[in-house]
Write a protein that binds this ligand. Structure first.
Ligand code: SF4
Length: 379
């Protein structure tokens, strides 16, 4: 059986970025201690319930986990080691934002077992950062990376965004060069999406936010795809690039349909074909854990049809694509006996390709993945 991945959610941010609909809250620092206590309690309970399972990846995401005082993060790490069998070579990632880290903090976190950092850089253009509502500027990014280096981290990822208001393809090309020059092991690059309920979506609806047109956005996407592999950052998923061997093992679990347990407010789990998510509101989560109630707010057992659709959709996000033998073994059906018609149509559109072992998205398919995914997902 696959080893377990753990996701821990830290739902605190210094301020909300204008585009963000993640489950994170600003101005909730007074809940740091109570939240950490609840999270440690849930870690202990779940570790016990699952009989101390072996874990080979941990991802501490948010929010901004680096906002949590370091002694509280140490408590969380101790709880993990006390209640789960963490492999010696486990990948233990933590998200961090420039402007929220110190050298001493990162040194302590490295000693606590965290061995991979993912920095929310998003842009190297300070005007764009201000427009996004980010708390940091480029000098903060450079300082954070220096601190991470001094603390001994050699597995560092940065996030970048394109399609930002006021961004041009030429400007994004310069940002890609800046990102590459940092020699990090991993780069995630996402196009801006307008999410309902965010200040950006409201501003756009009111005509106060101008975004790059479709052609410019496509040019930025093409730059990302063309530039990064030539610089040693190979694409292994639609939005993710890594130096060989430095792919994010935790995220690969999501795409290869392996089990993971989410802990904390709003955290999602996928165990034994069941998806769950916890209540998002921080105080509701703390109350549930303290009173011995389940924090689970949503539970869904996937039908075989749903599971097949999800499996295909997730595996196709990766560059190698979906291994046909793995699919047949998991679902006890031959892919082509069920999907020949859909596959042929997508292949004619130069979106999908196959050989005797696997199917994968073409370069065009990666760009227009949503067309492919919609063909396989049931609803
Ligand atoms: S730092 Fe990240 S999680 Fe926090 S508000 Fe900004 S985008 Fe959202």
């Amino acid at each position: 059986m696959s080893k377990l991945g753990l996701y821990l959610h830290v739902p605190f941010c210094r301020q909300k970025c204008f585009y963000c609909d993640f489950s994170s809250y600003a101005g909730a620092e007074h809940l740091f201690v109570a939240y950490t206590a609840a999270l440690c309690q849930q870690i202990a309970e779940q570790g016990g319930l699952l009989c101390n399972p072996t874990v080979d990846t941990v991802y501490i995401g948010g929010g901004t986990p680096s906002l949590l005082p370091v002694h509280l993060m140490e408590q969380i790490m101790s709880a993990l080691y006390n209640n789960f069998s963490i492999n010696n070579d486990a990948e233990i990632s933590m998200e961090a934002n420039p402007g929220t880290v110190t050298r001493a903090q990162l040194t302590t976190l490295k000693a606590s077992g965290i061995n991979r950092l993912s920095f929310g850089v998003q842009s190297f253009n300070d005007d764009l950062l201000a427009r996004l509502g980010r708390i940091h500027r480029t000098p903060d990014t450079m300082t954070a990376l220096e601190y991470a280096d001094a603390a001994g981290f050699n597995n560092i990822s940065i996030d970048l965004m394109y399609g930002l208001p006021g961004q041009t393809a030429a400007g994004f090309a310069r940002e890609l060069e800046q990102a590459v020059a940092l020699h990090t092991s991993h780069l995630s690059v996402y196009g801006l999406k307008l999410e309902q309920g965010t200040p950006f979506a409201a501003a756009y609806d009111q005509g106060r936010l101008e975004l790059p047109d479709e052609m410019s956005e496509e040019a930025m996407y093409d730059l990302m795809v063309d530039v990064l592999p030539g610089k040693g950052l190979l694409r292994y998923e639609i939005s993710n690039f890594a130096r060989p061997g430095m792919e994010c093992r935790h995220n690969l679990k999501y795409w290869y349909y392996q089990p993971y347990l989410g802990l904390g407010a709003a955290a999602h789990s996928f165990l034994k074909g069941e998806r769950q998510s916890a209540v998002a509101e921080i105080e509701a989560y703390i109350r549930a854990i303290k009173s011995g109630c389940s924090p689970v707010a949503m539970r869904e057992i996937l039908t075989k049809e749903q599971a097949i659709g999800e499996y295909i959709f997730l595996a196709l996000r990766t560059t190698p694509g979906m291994i046909l033998a793995d699919f047949a073994q998991r679902f006890d059906i031959d892919f082509f006996s069920q999907f020949a018609c859909v596959f042929n149509k997508l292949r004619q559109q130069n979106l999908l390709e196959a050989d005797s072992k696997r199917i994968w998205l073409t370069g065009r398919g990666m760009k227009f993945g949503n067309i492919v995914f919609a063909s396989f997902l049931t609803d």
